[in-house]
Design a protein around this ligand. Structure first.
Ligand SMILES: [Zn+2]
Length: 384
């Protein structure tokens, strides 16, 4: 059995092809599973099997996790009203989370348009769509002190959920409430609710800043601080400036130094649309807009210059991939083992695709050193 999972000898192309085939098959099986869950639910067979609800049956008898059970029951019930959801799930146009989020706002009249807009969207984009269809009012800006240590509360067990209710158990919701990772929730088009846990230091700084900005609400105070930090970091990393001192024509692009001038950074960032420029074999461009680095097509270590023509934006992953292609994996491994850091830590302000946002370390973001291009690393290592 273990032999089946030994993939070391499978070629790259075969591995990708097999992965795609397995995914297709798993989606077909997923739809079949949901159809069966839906039918058992409709017939209330869980009751005959001594479970109080379909959720209990899924978690206690089928041993699905709470989240797995919640998603599949929600999708099965939504598909009863809108059967098209299952075919969209099967061909990959919608994922389980998308359907579960869309289900409460989906009607026969908005179905066609909404589902078309939702195709291949991330959960974050789906939440924005939902907020557009069913906008919520703004939340009041509040700061409140949390208990130093919160004891686990007594919660309803899944078996206590009413048969027709598909809800995450309270324990899970409680974990969300005390989770230090923040939440960004789209409320309506262009409005977001942001909840996060702040350190005592950040709380104190917010109060000091509020004192200096009389009349400004909490959101305006945070926005002012974030805007300032953003301008400083973008000026440092991408040469952005309200009043640029030099034009591209005046920039020094000679190959002698690895320093990339602000006009070149600015031009390259704008030209590349603030996005990694790596293009895969199938013509798809990498979508990364964070952890971007300036990549030299003709490496600095081989005499490449610092002109905009020789430089483009790459994410860390693709800058590294290119470096391995240029210099070989062995050389790069050796370089990494030498312990030399070639890039600053990832930005602390982080909004991952699932909608969480961590502002905890915002004030710790320093004006770190400009990233060094990985492609230049071997030259640095050997010359040093
Ligand atoms: Zn990339």
């Amino acid at each position: 059995m273990a032999e089946k999972f030994k993939l070391d000898s499978v070629s790259d192309d075969d591995l990708l092809r097999r992965l795609s085939e397995i995914l297709k098959e798993s989606r077909r099986v997923e739809v079949d599973l949901i159809a069966h869950i839906g039918e058992v639910d409709r017939r209330r067979l869980y009751a005959i099997e001594a479970s109080v609800s379909m959720f209990s049956y899924c978690t206690e008898r089928l041993h699905l996790s709470e989240h797995e059970a919640f998603l599949r029951i929600a999708v099965a019930r939504a598909a009863r009203k809108h059967p098209v959801l299952l075919s969209m799930l099967e061909d990959g146009r919608l994922h389980l989370s998308a359907i579960a989020k869309l289900a409460p706002v989906l009607t026969e009249s908005n179905r066609d348009e909404l589902l078309t807009q939702a195709e291949h969207k991330t959960k974050k984009k789906i939440l924005e769509l939902v907020a557009k269809v069913a906008p919520k009012p703004d939340v009041a800006a509040t700061m409140r002190k949390l208990p130093t240590r919160r004891e686990p509360q007594k919660t309803a067990t899944p078996t206590q959920l009413p048969p027709d209710e598909v809800a995450m158990p309270n324990a899970t919701l409680d974990a969300v409430a005390t989770c230090k990772a923040a939440v960004v929730e789209p409320l309506s088009p262009s409005r977001y609710g942001v909840h996060f846990t702040a350190s005592a230091e950040l709380h104190e700084k917010l109060e000091r800043l509020s004192d200096l900005m009389p009349g400004a609400d909490l959101a305006s105070v945070i926005e002012a601080a974030v805007t300032l930090k953003l301008e400083r970091l973008e000026a440092k990393r991408f040469g952005k400036a309200k009043k640029p001192r030099k034009s591209l024509d005046e920039a020094d692009t000679s190959p002698g130094s690895r320093y990339i001038s602000a006009p070149v950074k600015r031009f390259v960032y704008e030209r590349d649309g603030g996005q990694c420029t790596y293009v895969g074999k199938d013509g798809r461009r990498c979508t990364a807009r964070r952890d971007l680095e300036y990549h030299h097509h003709d490496p600095h270590g081989r005499g490449g210059d610092r002109s905009a023509d020789n430089i483009s934006l790459r994410c860390t992953t693709h800058n590294q991939l290119q470096a391995e292609r240029d210099f070989g994996e062995g050389v790069m491994d050796q370089y990494r083992r030498s312990g030399e850091s070639v890039s600053e830590p990832s930005p602390v302000y982080y909004v991952p695709a699932d909608g969480c946002c961590d502002l905890l370390g915002l004030d710790q973001v320093g004006l770190a050193q400009e990233r060094l291009c990985l492609a230049e690393a071997p030259a640095t290592a050997t010359s040093g």
